[in-house]
Design a protein around this ligand. Structure first.
Ligand code: PLP
Length: 391
């Protein structure tokens, strides 16, 4: 049987190279990266990341379970989320994970109660909303006052007063996450400045933190992925080296997701029809927003290559088969495209497969890995099988 399109194709060599480049860019033994599982939670991806010694950043109980199943140590797992359920907190506390990133004063009482039930002390980091503009798409901005995330910086003193009244809670760190797909590094420098204020304020209250978690958010090159398959980790980490004022022994945690897995994944789809429209020609794919929701959700752009054709470029409006006008991958130039061509939608490793749904009762795209078969070989095998099946 042929594995039909659409499917995700993952280049594990690129993932390994990206991880190696990231580790090489860190020249501070106190810097540690927890991979943000929500960006891509496929087992093979997680296993590859785990092998490189990263920790895991989770935003749900099931992500904690997944991380444990893959073999991440509880002490390498952190949990964030503005609405953690009692069951999720119970799991986090009973497993003794490294840190619960607490996003409201209201949450403290609940965590304390659950920790008391386990006769445990839960390690807490306050997720602080620093009111720093990430200068990215407004739907992936998280660190402004208008966003729902984190404890407002103005409420920090009250949060400290509160945590000190709970004997089953220990304040170990602070946490920030200002947004995603951040390409201009200035917001990270601003974040460091805010973190420095917080660190100093807490120190003045006699609290010395064990870790400063600066979240994730480093962006990738969607417009021309080939020109930058591996993000500029060197510049990124340098910002924190330069601007964060750390106390002796304080560790800095990073929660990178997109920058690690974004470029290693592509969505491979077949053209079903090329339809002549009034203003443009539509290339109608067998992949849609159920497989890759980013364009519909954030107006995101993904570069698209026709890997079956070469030649002079023509404009196409590339769309999916689903009955929603937002089911489009945007307008792009492709070589003269026809039914049966394979298109490669690039940079789909992060927030691609994880966001897929079975809306319209569609099947979910499968995953194929580069160490099993090359993409060319896979496609030509597929074609051969389809021909045989057609006989
Ligand atoms: C989503 C998320 C991340 C990862 O963000 P990227 O932009 O993929 O690096 C990190 N931390 C938290 C708390 C998140 O919610």
């Amino acid at each position: 049987m042929s594995v039909s399109t659409p499917f995700y194709y993952y280049d594990l060599t690129l993932l390994e190279n990206t991880l190696a480049a990231m580790q090489a860019a860190i020249n501070n033994p106190n810097f540690k990266v927890h991979y943000a599982i929500k960006a891509n939670a496929e087992d093979r991806i997680l296993q590859t990341i785990k092998k490189q010694g990263l920790g895991a950043d989770c935003v749900s109980g099931n992500e904690i379970k997944k991380a444990l199943e893959i073999g991440f140590e509880p002490n390498d797992i952190v949990l964030a989320g503005i609405g953690k359920s009692d069951e999720e907190l119970d799991l986090a506390i009973s497993q003794g994970i490294h840190s619960i990133n607490c996003e409201s004063i209201e949450e403290l009482e609940v965590i304390n109660e659950i920790a008391a039930k386990h006769d445990a002390v839960a390690n807490i980091a306050f997720r602080i909303n620093p009111n720093v503009d990430a200068q990215t798409h407004h739907k992936i901005t998280t660190g402004l006052n208008e966003n729902k995330f984190g404890i407002p910086i103005t409420e920090l003193d009250a949060a400290v007063d509160e945590i000190l009244t709970h004997k089953n809670l220990a304040l170990k760190g602070i946490h920030f996450h200002i947004g995603s797909q951040i390409l201009n590094l200035n917001p990270f420098a601003n974040l460091c400045q805010q973190a420095n204020h917080v660190i100093a304020n807490l120190k003045a209250r006699g609290i010395v933190l064990e870790h400063i978690n600066v979240g994730g958010g480093l962006g990738i090159n969607y417009t021309d992925p080939e020109s930058q398959l591996v993000p500029n980790f060197v510049e990124y980490f340098r910002v924190f080296e330069k601007f964060l004022n750390l106390e002796d022994g304080q560790t800095v945690h990073f929660e990178l997701g997109r920058s690690i897995v974004g470029q290693c994944g592509s969505l491979i789809s077949k053209v079903l029809y090329v339809k002549k429209g009034v203003n443009s020609n539509f290339a109608i794919l067998d992949a849609g927003m159920t497989d890759l929701m980013r364009p519909a959700l954030y107006n995101a752009f993904h570069k698209i290559d026709n890997i079956s054709k070469e030649g002079e470029l023509e404009p196409y409006h590339v769309v999916g088969p689903i009955c929603e006008s937002s089911d489009t991958f945007g307008k792009t130039d492709l070589p003269k495209t026809s039914r049966g061509d394979y298109l490669k939608i690039r940079s789909a490793g992060a927030y691609g497969q994880v966001l897929s749904s079975n809306y319209n009762l569609r099947d979910r795209a499968a995953a194929v890995y580069s160490d099993e078969v090359s993409l060319e070989e896979y496609i030509s095998n597929n074609e051969r099988i389809e021909e045989l099946e057609a006989v």
